[in-house]
Design a protein around this ligand. Structure first.
Ligand code: M6R
Length: 369
């Protein structure tokens, strides 16, 4: 049932183009408008929403962090993303104009379930983004937008993550569409670009052999650091989480701008640092800043592994290893930038002789708080 792959994780990584396409299927009509019929929250309610709060755990939380950038930029609705396990204990401010989005692959994560119960008790509307039909989280929510990743068996989440991103983008764009925000004109173009996502993922998957080779060469290291800015920051966190859970290595993700506030002290000769470079399109300041971050760490001896858009020549002089990803709009880049980090972690785990699909101490769904 592993379809010829050694591990479910490899199979699930390879299934990502289909998972992404399936999650988009039927949700964009011929005129390029979004039709999220399953979202049973009436448009009139969505127009009144004055705050979005996203709750999730682990990888789903990273998808939620990326969604915050998209929702705020495309809709101008204030949005916060919070770890479900922290959410209710700080007495969050919620009311009937708050839209809470609970993101969960399994639909059974206890922390996320408790967070959404708390939100509903306060009168907030809850929309679940979930991969498992009929599971508890969608059953207890006001509405659900299912991701169509298919069953995910490997403990480390891969295809579910990409489909969570797609679903988050769809919700963000849908909010923009029903509210007719100032980004309204852009929405059509973004929907068109999003519909190419499956091809981008296919493209990046076809170029992963050098990443595998690089991972094998780093199998005896103790630490790998990950840096990103903007939506590249949650991607860095996701890359580090994958490496922890699969390779049992010390891995940390940082916002690149925080380097000089502490983490740069960790940089020493030969330490591998993966840097996620935002696509240069329309974001040149952001891009320039990360290029100087790469220079800074390289000057201190870091082995730089740079994930950047194809044709981004500015990073080439500072990249010990360059991993190219297809051209995308900046906010959609996590769909492609995450893939090499999944492959990297999987290959490192294999090289270290670890059990890829069933990492030690972890369970696929965490049904206790
Ligand atoms: O089923 P969920 O999406 O609610 O699970 C949340 C986390 O437990 C999950 O993403 C976990 O972090 C994964 N093992 C990461 O690969």
């Amino acid at each position: 049932e592993k379809g010829g792959y050694d591990y479910f994780m490899l199979k699930e990584i390879a299934e990502q183009p289909k998972a992404v396409a399936d999650t988009l299927l039927g949700r964009i009509d011929r005129a390029g408008e979004l039709t999220l019929d399953e979202v049973r929250i009436p448009d009139s309610v969505l127009r009144e929403v004055d705050k979005v709060v996203i709750v999730a755990c682990g990888t789903a939380y990273h998808a939620g962090m990326i969604a915050k950038y998209a929702i705020e930029h495309w809709t101008r609705i204030p949005c916060e993303t919070e770890l479900a396990s922290e959410f209710r204990y700080r007495d969050p401010i919620l009311d009937s104009r708050t839209l809470v989005i609970a993101v969960s692959q399994s639909g059974e994560t206890m922390d996320t379930l408790m967070a959404l119960r708390h939100a509903r008790e306060q009168g907030a509307r809850v929309l679940a983004i979930c991969n498992t039909n009929g599971s508890t989280i969608p059953r207890e929510s006001d509405a659900v937008l299912y991701t169509h990743a298919g069953p995910e068996v490997a403990v480390a989440s891969t295809k579910a993550f990409l489909t969570q991103l797609v679903a988050c983008y769809l919700v963000a764009l849908y909010l923009g569409q029903v509210r007719g925000t100032k980004w309204g004109d852009e929405i059509g173009e973004l929907v068109r670009e999003l519909s190419e996502a499956s091809a981008w993922v296919e493209d990046v998957l076809g170029t992963m052999e050098p990443v595998r080779e690089l991972a094998r060469g780093l199998a005896d290291r103790n630490t790998v650091l990950f840096l990103g800015r903007h939506v590249g920051f949650p991607v860095a966190l996701e890359g580090a989480l994958k490496l922890k859970e699969l390779a049992y290595m010390h891995a940390e993700g940082f916002a690149a701008g925080e380097l000089k506030h502490g983490p740069i002290a960790l940089i020493e000769e030969g330490v591998p640092v993966v840097v996620v470079v935002p696509s240069p399109r329309g974001r040149s300041v952001l891009h320039d800043k990360i290029v100087s971050n790469i220079q800074e760490i390289r000057a201190r001896g870091a082995l730089t592994i740079v994930v950047a858009e194809r044709g981004d020549t500015a990073v080439v002089p500072y990249a010990d290893h360059l991993v190219e990803v297809p051209e995308t709009p900046t906010l959609l880049q996590p769909l492609v930038a995450t893939v090499p980090l999944q492959v990297f972690a999987c290959e490192l785990a294999t090289a270290r002789g670890n059990e890829v699909d069933q990492p030690r101490n972890l369970a696929k769904s965490v049904t206790v708080e």
